[in-house]
Design a protein around this ligand. Structure first.
Ligand SMILES: Cc1cc2nc3c(=O)[nH]c(=O)nc-3n(C[C@H](O)[C@H](O)[C@H](O)COP(=O)(O)OP(=O)(O)OC[C@H]3O[C@@H](n4cnc5c(N)ncnc54)[C@H](O)[C@@H]3O)c2cc1C
Length: 398
């Protein structure tokens, strides 16, 4: 059935490219815009989320059936769009959403018709997310949100956001939090793009000024937002590590295949030191991509990533930084200076290298992920937190 669908619906040029040269050849014949335009065809098949119920956009396949389907699709590199929606929003809705919320929000999310982001971090709350200050006050059938979020990836191109707020400042920090779905086009939402040091915009500051959110857009019980957040964060880590449903094998910049091609183009392929460095990076990237493939297969077959997602996050971030640095070093002096206009003329490799600096921060820093691994996987004692049981309003804040 899936093979017949591929023949009937995946464009001939992509199938030919896959047969000729695998994923790399597909990238040569398929632009991002082509893929986005075609994507609703993929979503309508139900194969994007094959184990999900039909009413939410899936096919209700068993995990074993989904694994078989995934193996048939794999050669065509059909990455999933709306990655934060799939990896963070969907788990929250499955675990804590109402049936009405799932029916309303999941199908357009799967079709990439409504894009999603996450309003979690604030200027004073990143690693220690539970200390956040954005408030939500009840007003009849609605809630009124006020506060500032920051580093919100894709807020400038999103329609909705998951938003973690404080509904009770008189209890310890993890107890007074509540999760909401926020319409980013609602009055009072102000999205201000921020630039990465490589020049591009993909994250934002988001100001919430008396934003009204209907109570039916609350996910989970009042005061239980921390539990909902933990349901979403493992999914995000897995996505940011490159193992996510976004289907990306890399997290900013080119991968080892391209690095090998560039080394040849630039005349470095006979240099033994370059060869040694590239071979090591290539091997490590292959190992990582197989590991990621296993995580992806587990998730698409209905499993959850769990704390082990932190392993891929920590390793993938460090590896990508080494890969992108090696790519920039191959350019020699061209990686340090280039003509005006500097932003447009910046070599791709330099852009990738600069972007990769964020890999050890986004989706939870490497240090914090190592703490998670220590506590949840290795069973080490919990990190001390002297403020843990104090009411949030009594905890000192900068
Ligand atoms: C590219 C990018 C995209 C992002 N996208 C989003 C998004 O879409 N939505 C969102 O809500 N947020 C997003 N973030 C924010 C991100 O989650 C935070 O930056 C991150 O959690 C770290 O928080 P912080 O910046 O406040 O740093 P801090 O928490 O202030 O950390 C500063 C330093 O102290 C270390 N540190 C802190 N606590 C500990 C500890 N307990 N043990 C050991 N070391 C510690 C950290 O590792 C870090 O090195 C994004 C960030 C980046 C860079």
């Amino acid at each position: 059935m899936v093979e017949a669908w591929v023949v009937g619906h995946v464009p001939q040029a992509w199938r030919d490219a896959a047969a000729r040269g695998g994923r790399a050849a597909i990238r040569d014949v398929r632009t991002r815009a082509d893929y986005e335009a075609w994507y609703p065809v993929f979503a309508d098949s139900g194969l994007v989320v094959a184990t999900w119920p039909v009413d939410y956009g899936g096919l209700d396949l068993t995990p074993d059936q989904a694994r078989v389907a995934e193996a048939v699709l794999a050669p065509f590199n059909l990455g999933r769009l709306n990655p934060l929606g799939l990896s963070a929003v969907a788990p929250a809705l499955f675990a804590y959403g109402t049936e009405e919320q799932r029916l309303r929000f999941l199908p357009p999310l799967v079709r990439n018709q409504e894009k999603w982001c996450q309003l979690l971090s604030e200027p004073g709350a990143g690693s220690d997310l539970a200390s956040l200050a954005t408030s939500a006050l009840r007003d009849g059938d609605a809630w009124v949100l006020n506060g500032q979020k920051v580093w919100t990836t894709w807020a400038h191109i999103s329609d909705f956001a998951l938003c973690l707020t404080r509904t009770d400042p008189t209890v310890p920090k993890r107890k007074g939090l509540t999760y909401f779905i926020v319409d980013l086009h609602a009055p009072g939402v102000d999205v201000r793009p921020l630039r990465h040091m490589g020049g591009e915009v993909d994250f934002n500051e988001v100001f919430l000024d008396d934003v009204h959110v209907p109570d039916e857009h609350r996910i989970g019980p009042v005061g239980e937002g921390w539990r909902v957040a933990t349901a979403t964060l493992a999914g995000e880590r897995q996505m940011v590590s490159g193992a996510g449903s976004g289907g990306v094998d890399r997290i900013g910049g080119a991968g080892a295949d391209r690095l090998l091609r560039r080394a040849t183009e630039l005349g470095h392929s006979d240099d033994p030191l370059v060869r040694q460095a590239l071979t090591a990076l290539y091997s490590e990237e292959r190992i990582r991509s197989w590991t990621n493939e296993r995580v992806r297969a587990t998730v698409r077959a209905g499993g959850t990533p769990g704390p082990a997602a932190s392993i891929g996050k920590v390793h993938g971030a460090a590896l990508n930084q080494r890969l992108q640095l090696a790519a920039a070093e191959l350019l020699g002096m061209a990686s340090t200076a280039w003509p005006e206009p500097w932003l447009d003329a910046m070599p791709y490799e330099v852009r990738g290298m600069l972007r990769s600096r964020a890999n050890t921060i986004e989706g939870g820093t490497s240090e914090v992920n190592k703490n998670i691994l220590g506590e949840k996987v290795l069973g080490l004692p919990r990190e001390p937190d002297p403020w843990r049981d104090l009411p949030w309003e009594d905890v000192p804040r900068s």
